[in-house]
Structures are given as structure tokens and as C-alpha cells.
Design a protein around this ligand. Structure first.
Ligand code: HEC
Length: 169
């Protein structure tokens, strides 16, 4: 009776070991085919838009970093001038080259992005009394246009791109 038990438990362990070794050989394979899949989806147009968005994001973040100061330096003003100018130009490219056909909302949001970027550029260039308040106002509107378009398309920038970082709102 005792030896019967040990045969049973032997085959039990054999099954466990087999199961483990089967899994060990499947896991790396699964990882590989996943990577291949990712490569396939990567189309050049998508990549181009990502690069463009990254540029927009760089200037957006530079402007954001200089928000909330009371004494703006010459280079702070220049940061806003440049951010407004670059984001405005890139908004045109997003609208002309990347808008999905018949997506009115997308077109509207690229135009909004451009308008707020133009406003930032204008206020920062002219530096009239109250220009900085206007820049802050326009920056808030600009941020909304980013958020609205990403929401519209179901893109979650912050959780994927900047893990742990709070969304810009
Ligand atoms: C009209 C729509 C639209 C507007 C407005 C918009 N985006 Fe995007 N954004 C997209 C799309 C579409 C993608 C996804 C590109 C992809 O991965 O295919 C994206 C992706 C991004 C990414 C990720 C890029 C990457 O590396 O994958 C960042 C960062 C980003 N946007 C920042 C911004 C900022 C900052 C603004 C506002 C100043 C903004 N976006 C405004 C449509 C928009």
C-alpha cells in the first residue's frame, strides 16, 4: 500500500514537472510573437505623427514649466513666443496631413490648438500690460484642446507615456 502511494506521487510529480517545462517553453515564444506583432503595426504615417506630437509636447512642456512666475525673464518670454509659433505651425500640419477623413471634431480641435498657440505667440511678442495673464488664459485653453482631441480619439497619453504622472488638469 505504501509503495502504491509512492508510485502515484511519482507520476504526480512527473506531471507537475512536465507542465512546468511546457510553460517554460511557451512563455518566451509568446513574448517573441508579441514583439513581432508590434513591429507589424508600426506604420510610417503613425510614426510621423508621433514625432510631430513629441515636438508639440516639448514646447508645451517648456511653456508649462515657466508658468506661475511673477518676474518673467527675457528667456521666459522667448519660450512663449517660440512655443506659440512652433505649436501653431505644427497644428497646421496635423490638420492637413493627419486628419482622418470626415472627422469634423478632429479638424475643429486642430484649429483650436492653432488659435490658442497663435494667441500665446501674439501676447508674448507684444508684451503689453496684462500680456502674461492672457498667455496663462490661452495656455489653459490650449491644454484643453490637447485633452479634448486625445479624449475624442480614446488616447490616454499620461497613463501610457508618463506613468505615475498626473494628467495635465
Ligand atoms: C487634433 C487632435 C490632437 C490634438 C489637438 C493634440 N493631439 Fe496629441 N495626439 C494625437 C494623436 C492622434 C496621437 C496619437 C499618435 C499615435 O500614436 O498614433 C497623439 C499623441 C500625442 C502624444 C504621444 C506621442 C508619442 O510619443 O506616442 C503626445 C505627447 C501628445 N499627443 C501631446 C499633445 C499635446 C501637448 C497637445 C496640445 C498642445 C496635443 N497632443 C494635441 C492627436 C492630437
Amino acid at each position: 500500500m505504501c509503495s502504491g502511494m509512492s508510485i502515484k506521487s511519482k507520476s504526480f510529480y512527473t506531471i507537475i514537472l512536465l507542465t512546468i517545462s511546457v510553460f517554460m517553453s511557451i512563455i518566451p515564444l509568446a513574448g517573441l510573437s508579441h514583439a513581432d506583432e508590434k513591429k507589424e503595426v508600426e506604420d510610417p504615417k503613425k510614426k510621423e505623427l508621433q514625432e510631430l506630437m513629441k515636438k508639440i509636447d516639448t514646447h508645451y512642456k517648456e511653456a508649462q514649466e515657466r508658468m506661475g512666475y511673477y518676474n518673467l525673464s527675457e528667456s521666459d518670454w522667448d519660450t512663449y513666443v517660440k512655443a506659440g509659433e512652433v505649436i501653431s505651425k505644427l497644428s497646421d500640419r496635423v490638420r492637413k496631413e493627419f486628419a482622418p477623413p470626415d472627422d469634423e471634431e478632429y479638424l475643429k480641435l486642430t484649429k483650436e490648438m492653432k488659435k490658442h498657440a497663435d494667441d500665446i505667440h501674439k501676447s508674448a511678442s507684444e508684451r503689453y500690460l496684462g500680456a502674461y495673464e492672457d498667455i496663462q488664459y490661452s495656455f489653459g485653453r490650449l491644454r484643453n484642446s490637447c485633452k479634448n482631441c486625445h479624449n475624442h480619439l480614446g488616447i490616454q497619453i499620461y497613463s501610457e507615456l508618463y506613468p505615475g504622472e498626473a494628467p495635465p488638469e
